[in-house]
Design a protein around this ligand. Structure first.
Ligand SMILES: Nc1ncnc2c1ncn2[C@@H]1O[C@H](COP(=O)(O)OP(=O)(O)OP(=O)(O)O)[C@@H](O)[C@H]1O
Ligand SMILES: [Mg+2]
Length: 492
C-alpha cells in the first residue's frame, strides 16, 4: 500500500514538474533558464517576511540544506539583510525602492499597517504624484520589487551552483495573524498579494501602478494563471502566520530543544506571542520529504497578537512629548528608529524638557505586554488541557524581532518571569545564527528568525498542530485596559 502511495506521489510530482515546464515555455524569464533535461531542476523557497518597518528575505535550498539571507544594496549604505518597507512612486506611476531623482516622487510608508487596517486592501494612499493607489496596489508593487531584487541578487550569488539547472520556486509569505483566530479576509488578500507580486516581478516591464493594477485584476478574476507567472501556481504559495514561522526558524537553529516554549516577536507594529510544544517526529513517521532529516511536530497551544510594537511605542511617546514641548519632527529626529529609552529620557529631562508623559507610555506598554505574557501562559498551563504532563515542564523563552532589545519589552519579560502567577522554571534561550543560514552582513538572527522559518518548504517544515479544536475552558480574554492595575515606576 505504502509502495503504491509513493509511486502515485512520484507521478504527481513528475506531472507537476511537467506542468511547470510547459507553463514556463515561451515566457521571457523561463527562456533564460530553459533546461535541456527537464528533470534537472532545483526547488527553492523564497521566504518573505513583509515587515512594517523592514522586509527580510531568505531563500532556502533544501538540497544543500542551506538558507541564504538576501543582502539588499541601497545607495549610500552597506548591503543589509533588512530593507526599509517604503515605496517610491513617481508622477508617471513608476514604482521604486529608492528615490527617483528625475521626477517628483512620493515615498509611501505604513504599507503593512494600512493593509492590516483595511484587510480587503482598499485603503487609499494619496501619492504626491497625483496617483491614488490602494494599499493592496502599493504592497503588491513593493513586494514585486523586493522579489525581483532578491532573485537578481540570489542569481548572482549562486550563478555557478545553479548553472544549467531549472529553478523551481515556491513562495512563503508571513502574515500577522494569531494562529487560531485566522482573519480570513486578510489571508485571502495576502494570497492575492503574493501571487500578484510574483507575477509582476516576473514580467520584463517596469513595476508601475498600471502594471500592478492589471495584474491584480487578472489574479482576482483568476485569469492568466499559467502564462506569465513564471511557473508559480496557487499551490506553490503559502501564507504562514509570522509567529509560526519564527517557531520553525528556532526549531531549525542549533540551540533548539524539544519541549514547552514561549515565543515573543517584538516587531514594529505588533508583538506576537505564542506558546508551543516542539517535538522531533516519531521515528516511524512516513515522510516523503527528501534531503531533510528533520520533521518536527509543533503543537501551537496559544497565541496572541498585540498591536503594541516598537514603532507604536515610539509614536505614542512622540505624541506625548509633542503635547508638552517638542515639535513632532524634532522628537522623531531625537529618537530615530529606536524609541526613547530611559537613558534618553533622562538626558532630555536634564535639558529641561518635561518627558514624564512619555515615560508613562513605556510603563503602559511594559505592563500590557507583561499581563498578556502571563495570561497566555496561564491559558497554556491551566485552561487548555488541565492535567497535561507538559504543564510542569520548564518554559524555554525565545524572543525575536527588532524590538526585542528595547526596554519596555525586556522589562515586561523580566516581570513576567518574576510573577508568582506562573511558577514553572524559566529558561531564556540565547539565539545564535544557525549554521545553515548564510548571512552577508552582521544582522542579528533575532531579526531574521521569521524569514528564516519561511525559507523552508511547507512539506519539510514538519507537522503543525493548531489546537483550535480544544475549547477554551475558563479564562475569557479581557480586552480591557490593564494599565491602571499596575504600580508606577517608583514602586517597581
Ligand atoms: N538596529 C536596529 N535597526 C533598526 N531597527 C531597530 C534596531 N533595533 C531595534 N529596532 C526596532 O525594531 C523595529 C523593527 O523590528 P522588526 O524588523 O522586527 O519589525 P517588523 O518586522 O518590520 O515589524 P512587524 O513584525 O511588526 O511587521 C524598529 O521599529 C525599531 O524600533
Ligand atoms: Mg516582523
Amino acid at each position: 500500500m505504502a509502495r503504491i502511495a509513493s509511486v502515485v506521489l512520484s507521478w504527481i510530482s513528475e506531472w507537476r514538474r511537467w506542468r511547470r515546464w510547459k507553463a514556463g515555455q515561451g515566457s521571457e524569464s523561463s527562456a533564460r533558464t530553459q533546461p535541456v533535461d527537464v528533470l534537472e531542476e532545483r526547488e527553492l523557497v523564497m521566504g518573505l517576511d513583509f515587515g512594517t518597518a523592514y522586509t527580510k528575505v531568505v531563500v532556502g535550498d533544501a538540497v544543500e540544506a542551506k538558507q541564504f539571507a538576501i543582502a539588499f544594496t541601497r545607495t549610500g549604505a552597506e548591503p543589509a539583510s533588512y530593507l526599509p518597507t517604503c515605496l517610491y512612486i513617481d508622477r508617471a506611476g513608476k514604482m521604486g525602492l529608492s528615490d527617483m531623482p528625475s521626477h517628483s516622487t512620493s515615498c509611501l510608508r505604513d504599507l503593512k499597517n494600512r493593509l492590516v487596517d483595511s484587510p480587503d486592501g482598499s485603503h487609499v494612499f494619496a501619492a504626491a504624484s497625483g496617483n491614488s493607489v490602494t494599499a493592496l496596489e502599493v504592497c503588491t508593487g513593493y513586494l514585486a520589487l523586493v522579489i525581483r531584487e532578491a532573485k537578481r541578487h540570489f542569481a548572482a550569488l549562486r550563478a555557478d551552483v545553479y548553472q544549467g539547472l531549472r529553478l523551481v520556486w515556491q513562495l512563503n509569505l508571513g502574515i500577522p495573524t494569531a494562529h487560531d483566530t485566522a482573519d480570513e479576509e486578510l489571508e485571502a488578500t495576502y494570497r492575492v498579494l503574493a501571487m500578484a507580486s510574483w507575477r509582476v516581478a516576473m514580467k520584463s516591464e517596469l513595476v508601475s501602478v498600471g502594471n500592478v493594477r492589471s495584474t491584480l485584476a487578472a489574479v482576482q478574476h483568476g485569469s492568466g494563471e499559467r502564462e506569465d507567472d513564471g511557473g508559480l501556481s496557487a499551490e506553490d504559495i503559502e501564507v504562514i502566520p509570522e509567529v509560526v514561522a519564527s517557531a520553525v526558524g528556532y526549531s531549525r537553529s542549533d540551540v533548539r530543544e524539544d519541549g514547552l516554549h514561549l515565543l515573543i516577536d517584538v516587531g514594529a507594529l505588533t508583538v506576537d506571542m505564542a506558546t508551543f510544544r516542539l517535538k522531533a517526529a516519531d521515528e516511524d513517521l512516513d515522510s516523503d520529504a527528501p534531503d531533510e532529516d528533520v520533521d518536527d511536530k509543533y503543537a501551537i497551544l496559544e497565541s496572541k497578537l498585540l498591536y503594541l510594537g516598537a514603532e507604536s511605542w515610539r509614536d505614542e511617546q512622540v505624541g506625548k512629548i509633542t503635547g508638552d514641548s517638542l515639535t513632532a519632527r524634532r522628537a522623531r529626529a531625537l529618537m530615530g528608529q529606536f524609541g526613547i529609552e530611559d537613558a534618553v529620557l533622562r538626558k532630555l529631562a536634564h535639558q529641561g524638557l518635561n518627558v514624564e508623559a512619555a515615560a508613562t507610555v513605556s510603563i503602559s506598554y511594559r505592563n500590557q505586554c507583561c499581563e498578556w505574557i502571563l495570561r497566555l501562559l496561564e491559558r497554556t498551563l491551566r485552561s487548555r488541557d488541565p492535567g497535561a504532563h507538559y504543564t510542569l515542564e520548564p518554559i524555554r523563552v525565545v524572543v525575536v524581532g527588532g524590538g526585542s532589545t528595547l526596554e519596555p519589552y525586556r522589562i515586561a519579560i523580566r516581570h513576567a518571569r518574576l510573577s508568582e502567577r506562573v511558577t514553572n522554571e524559566w529558561q531564556p534561550v540565547e539565539l545564535e545564527t544557525p549554521s545553515s543560514l548564510v548571512l552577508e552582513d552582521g544582522a542579528a538572527y533575532a531579526r531574521l528568525a521569521v524569514a528564516h522559518g519561511l525559507g523552508y518548504r511547507r512539506d519539510v517544515i514538519g507537522r503543525i498542530h493548531m489546537k483550535r479544536e480544544i475549547a477554551d475552558i475558563s479564562l475569557v480574554e479581557r480586552d480591557d485596559d490593564v494599565r491602571d492595575r499596575f504600580v508606577g515606576p517608583e514602586q517597581v
